[in-house]
Design a protein around this ligand. Sequence first.
Ligand SMILES: O=C(O)c1ccccc1NCC(=O)[C@H](O)[C@H](O)COP(=O)(O)O
Length: 210
Amino acid sequence: MGFAVKICGITRPAEARDALAAGADYLGLVLAPSRRQVSLDQAQALVDALPGLERSRWVAVLRDPDASLVDALLGALPGISLQVHGRGPQGWVDAVRAGGGRAIYSGPHPHPGAEVWLIDGKVPGSGQAWDWRRPERIPAGQSLWLAGGLRVETVAAAVAAVRPDGVDVSTGVEGPAGKDPVLMAAFVAAARAAAAGLAKAARDVRELGI
Ligand SMILES: O=C(O)c1ccccc1NCC(=O)[C@H](O)[C@H](O)COP(=O)(O)O
């Protein structure tokens, strides 16, 4: 896949449909404690409301989950992707990948075997920007996604600074009534334009042999 955009904190089917119409690749369901928290039953109802959507494009967001939660989720929603903050139970990466989902890990260091390393601010989902920087070492085969206080106005600069393979946003695309369709569309367009600009610049440099 090319540059990935995840919109996190989906709580209603209309938000999910608007996020997809805006061009998002992944939709996050926060099962961790949060003002956007959904229960496993609510997550299942949201997934069921969009039957045509490939299951791995849904991302269940967990913090320090135990094995019983991971088992329950993968049992109820086989093929879903998991995003783990903190510590996951032993074998969670293999369990997700065996079902066809993506294993996304968020922490200060990458997680062995995960497909995506998500670098985020200190308080996930808070909308607080941080000093966006590219890590010195990214494990071979892992994609780097960036999150933390991204907004329509700042995502291009953040992408230029970090050169990630994807971005993840929640607060920056919310209005008073939840996820805002106009903000989501503008965010996805700005993120993709920034990523395409970087890719073109890299191609130009290669062609010029610099
Ligand atoms: O979104 C939450 O409320 C949340 C709570 C607990 C753990 C993770 C959470 N979100 C993870 C995400 O993927 C968010 O999109 C990411 O932290 C960016 O959030 P924001 O800074 O609000 O754009």
